[in-house]
Design a protein around this ligand. Sequence first.
Ligand SMILES: *[C@@H]1O[C@H](CO)[C@@H](O)[C@H](O)[C@H]1NC(C)=O
Ligand SMILES: *[C@@H]1O[C@H](CO)[C@@H](O)[C@H](O)[C@H]1NC(C)=O
Length: 510
Amino acid sequence: MDKLGVGRENGDLIRIFPVKPSSPSSFTILRLFVLLIVFIFIFNFYSRSILEDEENLNLRLPSQDSVSKQLPQKLSSEKLWEAPFSDGLHPCVHPTSRYQANQGGDHYITVRSNGGLNQMRTGIADMVAVSRMMNATLVIPELDKRSFWQDKSIFSDIFDEDHFIDSLKGDVRIIKKLPPDLVSVPRARKHFTSWGSLGYYEEMTKLWEEYQVIHVAKSDSRLANNDLPLDIQRLRCRALYHALRFSPSIETLGKKLIERLRSHAGKYISLHLRYEKDMLAFSGCTYGLSETESQDLTLLREKTNHWKVKKINSTEQRVAGLCPLTPKEVGIFLKALGYPSSTLIYIAAGEIYGGKTHLSDLTCRFPNLIFKEMIASEEELKTYMNHASQMAALDYMICVESDVFIPTHSGNMARAVEGHRRFLGHRKTITPDRKGLVQVFDKLESGQLEEGPTLRHLVQHLHHKRQGGPRNREGAPDGIRGRARFKAEESFYQNPYPECICASKHHQHE
Ligand SMILES: *[C@@H]1O[C@H](CO)[C@@H](O)[C@H](O)[C@H]1NC(C)=O
Ligand SMILES: *[C@@H]1O[C@H](CO)[C@@H](O)[C@H](O)[C@H]1NC(C)=O
């Protein structure tokens, strides 16, 4: 918990790291050094940095005085909305000169895609890459009908099937259905290993010696994030960002809704408010809820078989930064970032747990909350209403196009939208530092801190490098060994830099 030593002392403005002087002379040098660092820091705070890094600052609570003298009380409207500096970076998905056109094989891969909309989308993009690596023809994937969302949609209900097939013509042959003569031949039923490498999939081509069709039982997280050929990484981007377009009817309605939002206020924030029953039950986050509500959530967790972790200490979850922000916390957070209460906020979410009761803590600070139902007629939403994935597709579009995107929890949707926004030009995505914020919120709760300039400074400081600016994809944290490293790496689709985002035209065809 030493990340944010808020409180107690009103000393230096900021201390970058703990200073332990060993002798008087080194003490003086260290003091000078600290001063220099403070200057560099203040300079940085006002300038825009190109590469963002995770940082570990020891931040002390500054005095009210130093804050009002040195820091802007309110960020200019421009700063609130402008995208992070991304100096000429642009999407690059073209194959390299070594890339060979698809040859189209008579080996076939069938897939049952699993998860919610975004888990399926990234999984399908991976299956395109896997089909390429295994020199197979891909049959349009079957979608998950059994997940929590119980959506009966088929591929063509959500995606533009013909566009998908057509736009990947040069990469992988894709067909709508397995040829009739192959429907009844025995298939290799495979659970591909998670985070598989090129080597793994080359090895898997041995299956073709015995089988003509491989059935893949699960599509999520089957492909490694890193150490794949550039052309495979770019193919993943072509598949996800170009080929997997939503169906024409979803695209049309999505665009209409975005236009309506823009006509309201010009600019809007999209907030992925993951304060939904399934998430709270799954994560065991009951902070701020009543006893009855907590029991309700615990019960749901206990009876949901595929959620393996049953005993969760809500306090520990929250302190570790693993809980979605509550509506109240979101309100405090947005205010502290400097957004005026008139800001238009689109809520991307299913049903908010507790409905109005919990939402009112956000509405009282930001009354202009917009839900789908407020910008679309009943008639327009009718066909999507009972299809969670189709509703999620509308949210996805609105979030990608928003001026600012803020996810309250890290999940498939948050990652996919963040990555897509990076790809399209590093549009602003503010990722809450939930672990740091919990400490700030707790100080507020206990009265050690009040809403005002100090809080604003703390929150803005915690987030000035979490705005979605260009940076390399992160590897696994130190100390994680073996195969667990693959899982701990930042997802390729959360940050397809540098493979699919290039600095100059020159690099496009390297
Ligand atoms: C891919 O498959 C086709 C047809 O099955 C075959 O002609 C071609 O040589 C294969 N390519 C590679 C790289 O294995
Ligand atoms: C949960 O964890 C906190 C902090 O570690 C502890 O104080 C509390 O007693 C725990 N609660 C339960 C029910 O175990």
